[in-house]
Design a protein around this ligand. Structure first.
Ligand code: KG4
Ligand code: ZN
Length: 338
């Protein structure tokens, strides 16, 4: 599609526990990206409570949208289209963003763009690296997904490997929870790991999985290890457990991504999703990519976890590739396929 320059999108993200609104120009330039996190609220429950999250999105969304416009120094008249995440995510949470975006689109007459949350995570790299273009291999690591995907074109990809059970972020959260480290677990486990040694073997690598992953077994091995020590009244080496679990998760992610990239003849690896904030993953992947002549792209830390800027970026490429706009019938898709 022929698009005039400075195509300005107002994007909304509310798929989980962040209410966010951003104003993004031409898919690459972020004028504002306001994120209101509910972490403090959900910490009380040890994880995200869907109904509580939906209600908090309702309270927050209007202010967040106004703040994003103000920070971008724009009014609704300056906006070319409204974008919103329609899946995957928590259905009640998605519904809040979708309803708000639909109302805004209806009231202003601006087109509505339905964005896949996963494409959003990948697009966080288009913001961080203005020259990045497909094709590339993407390691997608979030609270809901763990996959190796070949990105053939903007917002179009082929799944090479997937998790057979838990997502890697989810397993970080569960491991943290059993040790009482709090929610979300990823950053807490990573912090403790800095003071620990990776000297515990929880599970041996399983070569039969090909490019697929299994994190549930690793998580269960950690939980059993802790329960065993508790029964014997022994001290739990929290930092060493964190370091060992993190190392075993990161090694598997990195090894399989590198192998898949080499086998596909690609020379670029892009990381996406909340777990891309993990320091060890960033270090190990950069090092292994360099050793294999692969260029490694890591999203700016502020775009790793859920945010609307990445949704605004992905939406732009949907329009560029001629994907039809959404209409009033748009509904949330909790289990939208990768
Ligand atoms: O992408 P995201 O914000 O939400 C989903 O779409 O799922 O990812 C959230 C996940 C949580 O499981 C969180 O524990 C994990 O990302 N995470 C991390 C780190 N920061 C966030 N995991 C490991 N290390 C981190 N530094
Ligand atoms: Zn996400």
């Amino acid at each position: 599609m022929d698009m005039e320059k400075n195509y300005t999108i107002l994007a909304i993200e509310s798929s989980c526990d962040e209410t966010s609104c951003a104003v993004v120009v031409d898919g690459r330039t972020v004028l504002s990206n306001v994120v209101s996190s509910q972490i403090d609220i959900h910490t009380l429950f040890g994880g995200v409570v869907p109904e509580v999250a939906s209600r908090n999105h309702i309270t927050a969304i209007d202010n967040i949208v106004n703040e994003a416009l103000k920070e971008a120094n724009k009014t609704l008249d300056d906006i070319d289209a409204i974008a919103v995440t329609y899946g995957a995510g928590l259905v009640g949470c998605l519904l809040v963003g979708i309803s708000y975006a639909k109302a805004l689109s209806f009231a202003t007459g601006k087109p509505l763009i339905a964005v896949n949350h996963i494409n959003g995570h990948i697009a966080s790299n288009y913001i961080t690296y203005p020259d990045l273009k497909p094709p590339f291999m993407c390691l997608l690591v979030s609270g809901g997904h763990t996959a190796i995907i070949k990105v053939d074109e903007y917002n179009q990809h082929t799944v090479i490997g997937n998790t057979l059970d838990d997502a890697v972020g989810e397993s970080f959260d569960k491991v943290a929870r059993v040790m009482g480290l709090g929610y979300p677990g990823g950053p807490k486990v990573s912090k403790c790991a800095e003071n620990g040694k990776d000297n515990i073997v929880f599970v041996k690598p399983n070569d039969s999985l090909g490019y697929n992953f299994s994190f549930s077994g690793k998580k269960t091995a950690v939980i059993n290890y802790i329960h065993n020590l508790e029964q014997k009244n022994l001290t739990i080496p929290v930092n060493d457990i964190c370091a060992s679990f993190q190392k075993c998760a990161v090694d598997e992610l990195v090894d399989k991504t590198i192998r898949a990239t080499i086998e596909s003849g690609l020379d670029k690896v892009v990381v996406a999703g909340g777990v891309s904030a993990n320091k060890l993953l960033r270090q190990e992947l950069s090092t292994k990519c360099a050793q294999n002549g692969i260029k490694c792209y890591l999203p700016d830390l502020k775009y790793c976890t859920d945010n609307a800027a990445m949704i605004g970026s992905s939406a732009y490429f949907d329009v560029l590739l001629g994907k039809p706009f959404a209409d009033g019938s748009l509904a949330p898709k909790a289990n939208l396929e990768l």
